[in-house]
Design a protein around this ligand. Structure first.
Ligand SMILES: [Mg+2]
Length: 237
């Protein structure tokens, strides 16, 4: 029966079977740090919000053309990139005098989990790993995400960098984190779509680091440079 199937069209899982398995020595990994946006969740929602939806709302409020609005938002965003404030809803609500949380809710149906993430999280639970969500998103944004994707129950700990006081890509983040939670760098895995975050973790000697091939499902894949990238979470288990 399979030969008939192959003759007409490739079976639906051909793409997955063609992907290389990413070999990790799970016996040596005790703690798994997982980023949220762009890693477990499709970055499309966040990109769409900031690059498409916000410019429309900002243009309406300040009576600008759409291109003026985009230009202003991009330059304000670039000035803050990589800092905690860049990720902070309260900061932007105040600076732009707009209710960012409410606006985020308006398009929250776009929040999507990446394929096979829940199976991967179940696998980690079965393997008795210490599973930590480690995100630059503030708790308020996390709550919107968790209303749409049921992943909260998988984590042993949920840590927002806002609780640490530094963004994950800032120097000193990992030593501050280490003062608050117990883990061994040589037994830790971090999966994150942000290469700056991975590099800072690498400097702290986090032993296992993986990037994400296509953080936003509606944009082209990214070059993850020195890091191995996950195309599908099926590659991990
Ligand atoms: Mg991310």
């Amino acid at each position: 029966m399979y030969s008939r199937f192959f003759h007409n069209s490739p079976p639906p899982n051909t793409y997955l079977t063609m992907l290389n398995k990413i070999v990790l020595d799970w016996t040596k990994i005790h703690t798994v740090f997982l980023d949220m946006d762009g890693t477990l969740l499709d970055l499309h929602y966040d990109n769409h919000f900031w690059l498409e939806y916000m410019p429309i709302k900002y243009a309406e409020k300040y009576q600008l053309t759409l291109s003026e609005a985009k230009e202003q938002l991009i330059s304000r965003s670039n000035a803050m990139r990589g800092t905690l404030n860049w990720y902070c809803i309260d900061h932007w609500s105040e600076k732009l005098a707009m209710d960012i949380l409410m606006l985020k809710q308006e398009i929250s149906e776009r929040i999507k989990i990446r394929d096979h993430v829940d199976t991967f999280l179940s696998f980690l639970q079965q393997q008795k790993k210490h599973i930590i969500l480690l995100t630059n998103a503030p708790p308020k944004t996390m709550r919107i995400k968790f209303q749409h994707v049921a992943i909260e129950q998988y984590f042993d700990q949920i840590i927002s960098s806002h609780q640490i006081g530094l963004a994950k890509e800032q120097q000193g983040f990992w030593s501050k984190l280490h003062q608050q939670i117990d883990f061994k760098v040589k037994n830790s895995l971090l999966i994150d779509d942000n290469l700056s975050v991975l590099r800072v973790a690498q400097q702290y000697n986090i032993a296992h680091l993986l990037a994400i091939h296509q953080p936003d499902s509606q944009k082209i894949a990214v070059d993850t440079e020195e890091f191995t990238a996950i195309e599908s979470f099926r590659q991990l288990f």
